[in-house]
Design a protein around this ligand. Sequence first.
Ligand SMILES: [Zn+2]
Length: 271
Amino acid sequence: MPELPEVETTRRGIRGALRGRHIVELVVREPRLRWRIDASLPALLTGRIVRDVRRRAKYLLIDLEGGTLILHLGMSGSLRVLAPATTLLPHDHYDLLVDSGRCLRFNDPRRFGSLHWVAGDASEHPLLAGLGPEPLESGFDADYLVARARRRKVAIKQFLMDQKIVVGVGNIYASEALHRAGINPRRAAGRIARPRYEALVGAIRQVLGEAIRQGGTTLRDYVNADGTPGYFRQKLYVYERTGKPCRRCHTPIRQIVQGQRSTYFCPRCQT
Ligand SMILES: [Zn+2]
């Protein structure tokens, strides 16, 4: 599933091809995504200029004059920039053509992706309202986490994966960041001291930052005509390493289930 680093890498990959361009046409081949693409959308978009391409959580925001397109890649979606005449693949559901003669093509075998238009301020759209801060931006720090965690008994792993607390820290990155910060994933969020939250914020920024940098090297997978989306080959310390030696202390990595998701941790390094 595309996580925050893949979405950010996609944003960087498509932004240059879209920004400052006028939309020529939206071609919808399959409107039945997670939510049906509004039939009025093609007529609404034609002729508008693209101001910018931003990201909020795992949503891509294409800012146009008068409103914003909100895209989600779902479980299996990917975007490529290519010539509109490029042979269609199965699951190529829509093309957004711009006046440079190129198009943004969306492919999604499982059709959990989405495409919405919002007039005015996108941050007030129901998909985006109520989301927590971005982990790589300044509002996310130890003071913030300490305040939100006060008296909370929920396990820190699930606390981190709550999009109302912070966005984009998925299962892989939560496990990896907790290992780097030396925090047991079962520990109650309200029973973690401030210095440990400082270490955790640093660890989250580090694992996400590394994945984004790694993504830069596979960027062409997202923009080439024949590329299939690549997932990042980041060096993982605990994720899916059950029974293998901890890279720090050689204790076998343990796997538990929290909130129907697997958690991986080192019982010695993480207390
Ligand atoms: Zn260890």
